[in-house]
Write a protein that binds this ligand. Structure first.
Ligand code: PEP
Length: 258
């Protein structure tokens, strides 16, 4: 039953929870699943809660992630945050190119690529999000969209850097909607992503890259999704805001790791 790669369960809290509320949720998650080391578990609060959550996370085996960063190292970019600033707070991961940022903040594949390179250069592990809209799925364009997004985000990434990459497949129509891709639908796209990665970095490196599924993952559907050979974890929105639900997903991954 054991899985080829170490599972990563990453919570994306989006624009929810202030610094005190974030620390409280992190503490609850830490009490439930913060001691085990078999599954990587990452919490991604808002920027203002990073420091308080970092303090909780650092006393456990949980890891810290950010939801975005700027591609430049420093300078006149009002309102932005650099990779180095995130590292200073002990962040391990950064979510890049989430569909909400692509839709509301105009992030293109080129911007996601610049951010990916900057994150890797700063020793932050990027969680690069890709996924098709319902319109694109219905038009039979899934493979084309995924290929453009994956290859577009990874221009210039070296094979040596690839082991620090994480890809999240998040069908846009499944995010926050309660609609989940079936395990078979998700697995088919994950296998395609792995083969794209193999084309870029070779099979050996591609086999080490974790590909997460995101889109209404919850304890009720986590077992079946995580049991797929190319689904190496989850990027969790709504369910990550409830300690028990989030821990339930981690428990699924733990069970499948044995
Ligand atoms: C997300 O935003 O990354 C996500 C997967 O959200 P949800 O779990 O709420 O669908």
């Amino acid at each position: 039953m054991s899985h080829a790669r170490k599972y990563l369960i990453a919570g994306n809290w989006k624009m929810n929870l202030n610094s005190a509320e974030g620390a409280e949720l992190a503490q609850d998650v830490a009490s439930l699943v913060g001691q085990q080391t078999e599954v990587s578990v990452c919490l991604s609060p808002t920027y203002t809660a990073l420091e308080s959550v970092s303090k909780v996370v650092n006393k456990s085996n949980l890891l810290l992630g950010a939801q975005n960063m700027h591609q430049e190292a420093a300078g006149a970019y009002t309102g932005e945050i650099s990779a180095e600033m995130l590292r200073h707070l002990f962040a391990s991961f950064v979510i890049l190119g989430h569909s909400e940022r692509r839709e509301y903040c105009g992030e293109t594949d080129t911007i996601v690529n610049e951010k990916t390179l900057a994150a890797l250069a700063a020793n932050l592990k990027p969680i690069v999000c890709v996924g098709e809209t319902l319109e694109e799925r219905e038009a039979g364009r899934i493979s084309e969209v995924i290929k453009t997004q994956v290859q577009g985000a990874l221009v210039g990434v070296t094979t040596a850097q690839a082991e620090n990459l994480v890809i999240a497949y998040e069908p846009v129509w499944a995010i926050g909607t309660g609609k989940t891709a079936t395990p078979e639908m998700a697995e088919a796209v994950h296998a395609e992503i792995r083969s794209l990665l193999s084309g870029l970095f070779g099979a050996e490196a591609a086999d080490k890259i974790r590909i997460l599924y995101g889109g209404s993952m919850k304890p009720e559907n986590a077992d079946d999704l995580l049991a797929q050979p190319n689904i190496d974890g989850g990027l969790i929105g709504g369910a990550a805001l409830k300690a028990n639900a989030f821990a339930g997903i981690v428990e699924s991954a733990l069970k499948l790791s044995k």
